[in-house]
Design a protein around this ligand. Structure first.
Ligand code: ADP
Ligand code: MG
Length: 607
């Protein structure tokens, strides 16, 4: 039998390798930008056409290459960055595999111009599908310029697989962000189809973040700073109230290399525990510095995953560093019930005259009694309550409210309360439930569902008002939206206006909000809209009765969550507000809101 095994020709081997390194235009951008960083450039220009499908060019002022190096750089496993196997454990550069240029040149038309500072003339090399077409001496500025045209021209399957220019550009932008964030001292410019997308001057980390993500980011950042023997941590986290529905701004860098690491991500999420709205993700820019010999960056071909020798310690240090910063910069206390404007409305009856406690007391009144007695009927008949939420609009009609106030005051000022009615005591259990005493025993209330019910009924009441209440914004808030979100917003606009949203310009990529419902605080508008659009999008086509659906999303977003500590007066207000609802027993999502335990049942247990 004959011999069949033969070595693959280089250009075939390169094409196969290319498949691993270059998945899409963004991979090329990443490799080229990293090479420029490795070459010590402090000014880098990225030029892209048609989402990188037509052209990607990176121009740097780094150390350049000699004619021989320029030629060698396109060979597979050609690298100036490591010489021997041991070097693999001391990697301080981005690249080291010597695969990128060879791979890119295997599947595109590449032209390089490069000149080291000490040479007068530079080198121009043209490579197409791994073949050197031309090499010549040329006059060129110090540094290197690499032009990559017609990516995947010889692999049609790959080329057809590329997404729209817009999507590819988004991937490129992501890579650009990662490199730019890892190297704030390096100046970057980024052009797409002749328009300038980013112009980032050399600066510090904070300014770099703000340059990329916008001026408003500045106030959202909380610094991190910790240096231990194992790891040094620097960077910023976004204040919890700016957490987003999407995982947008999450960046880990290890020794200036962007990485993904779900274990460390978990450490961050864990540190934020109890401070985030349900379904939102914390934003962070975290820079870890550790001895290169304690990490292994080699486990993934495109090198975004790395392994730490001492993962557990790093986890613990990271988590406590974040907790510390959240505490130190008053982020945690700022979320306290009292100072969260979002929560003030339902409890403190914002904008209403406070009623002196204990003046008007209805001694026969017991909200729990009536609510619980009527559980089976599903409706609360206590007329006193009816006026309460309309009262938001009608200041004069405060009859119901006084009863509530007096009910609260009974606890705060027990000496002023009538003797024959038991005072209500409340207790928060596991930051999730409120226990309250009632005449027949006690009631255990699910705090989050209760608040949802309260807000839901308030919101629906809003809708019935002729003129919806709206809080005019002094400075309109502009929110960026993608075309899908914009379309959705147009569909929901009228319903949203019913709740008190007011919209100004609806631009091509965003919307101007000029007024917001009284229940929503200014700082939350972004999150709230985000949530509405995300939810409405998934519910689309189903029976999403607009107004009701919106009320549900809103109440869910705005409601106090499990895990929030409630002050005694807020617990009591929640209890009172709940039993003023028409359907106190069920959340807007048809889940039970409270359970009762009678004194008899308790006594039985002690028999
Ligand atoms: P690696 O970065 O893994 O070494 P590459 O294929 O990306 O492999 O690059 C091969 C070599 O080409 C590098 O080691 C470096 O010496 C040289 N090189 C690539 N890009 C540049 C550049 N912009 N400036 C100077 N040298 C470069
Ligand atoms: Mg490289």
């Amino acid at each position: 039998m004959g011999d069949f095994i033969q070595l693959l020709p280089d250009h075939v081997a390169n094409q196969i390798a290319a498949g691993e390194v270059v998945q899409r235009p963004a991979s090329v951008v990443k490799e080229l930008l990293e090479n420029s960083i490795d070459a010590g450039a402090n000014s880098i220009k990225l030029i892209v056409k048609d989402g990188g499908k037509t052209l990607i060019q990176v121009v740097d002022n780094g150390k350049g290459m000699s004619p021989t190096d320029a030629r060698m750089s396109f060979e597979r496993h050609a690298t100036s960055k490591i010489e021997k196997a041991e070097d693999l454990f001391q990697i301080r550069t981005k690249g080291f595999r010597g695969e990128a240029l060879a791979s890119i040149a295997a599947i595109a038309h590449v032209t390089m111009q490069t000149r080291p500072n000490e040479d007068e003339l530079g080198t121009m090399i043209q490579v197409e599908g791994s073949k050197v077409i031309d090499q010549a001496a040329t006059a060129t500025p110090q540094g290197t310029s690499i032009v990559v045209k017609n990516l995947f021209y010889n692999i049609p399957a790959r080329r057809n697989f590329l997404k729209s220019d817009k999507v590819e550009l988004r991937h490129i932008t992501d890579e650009f962000h990662r490199v730019a964030l890892a190297h704030p001292q390096v100046e970057f410019r980024f052009y797409h189809n002749n328009g300038e997308l980013f112009n980032l001057p050399s600066s510090n980390l904070k300014k770099r973040i703000v340059h990329i993500f916008g001026r408003k980011t500045n106030e959202k950042l909380v610094p991190l700073n910790e240096d231990t023997g194992v790891v040094a941590i620097e960077g910023f986290i976004l204040k919890p109230e700016y957490a987003k529905k999407s995982r947008g701004e999450q960046f880990f860098f290890v020794n200036d290399r962007f990485i993904k690491n779900s274990y460390l991500h978990h450490a961050v999420v864990n540190a934020f525990e109890g401070l985030l709205r349900e379904g939102t993700f914390p934003g962070y820019f975290i820079y870890l510095k550790t001895d290169p010999s304690t990490i292994d960056i080699n486990i993934h071909p495109t090198k975004t995953e790395i392994k730490f020798e001492d993962e557990h310690s790093i986890y613990a240090i990271l988590r406590s560093t974040i907790k510390h910063s959240l505490g130190q910069f008053n982020v945690a206390p700022a979320l306290d019930f009292e100072s969260d404007p979002n929560l003030q409305v339902p409890y403190s009856f914002k904008d209403r005259q406070a009623v002196a406690p204990g003046i008007k007391v209805d001694p026969t009144f017991n909200p729990f009694k009536s609510a619980i007695q009527q559980k089976g009927h599903g409706r609360l008949q206590k007329q006193n309550w009816e006026s309460l939420y309309v009262g938001l609009a009608d200041q004069s009609d405060a009859g119901g409210e006084e009863v509530i106030q007096s009910k609260i005051s009974r606890d705060l000022f027990p000496q002023e309360s009538p003797t024959d009615d038991l005072p209500v005591y409340t207790l928060q259990f596991r930051k999730k439930y409120i226990l309250a005493t009632i005449e027949s025993g006690m009631v255990m209330i699910h705090q989050s569902r209760a608040h949802q019910r309260i807000l839901y009924e308030q919101l629906l009441k809003q809708l019935t008002l002729k003129e919806s209440l709206s809080q005019q914004l002094l400075f309109p808030i502009v929110i960026d939206l993608n075309p899908t979100e914009l379309q959705l917003l147009k569909e929901l606009k009228t319903s949203l206006e019913g709740f008190g949203f007011k919209f100004g310009n609806l631009g091509e990529d965003g919307v101007e909000i000029t007024g917001i419902p009284p229940l929503v605080s200014e700082g939350d508008v972004g999150v709230v809209l985000d949530e509405i659009l995300a939810k409405s999008n998934t519910d689309r086509g189903e029976n999403f009765s607009q107004a009701d659906g919106l009320a549900k999303v809103l109440c869910k977003t705005l409601a106090v969550k499990s895990g929030r500590e409630l002050q005694p007066q807020d617990q009591l207000a929640l209890v009172n507000d709940l039993f003023a609802c028409k359907e106190a027993g069920r959340s807007p999502f048809q889940k039970p809101v409270f359970i009762t335990i009678s004194e008899k049942e308790i006594e039985k247990k002690f028999n």
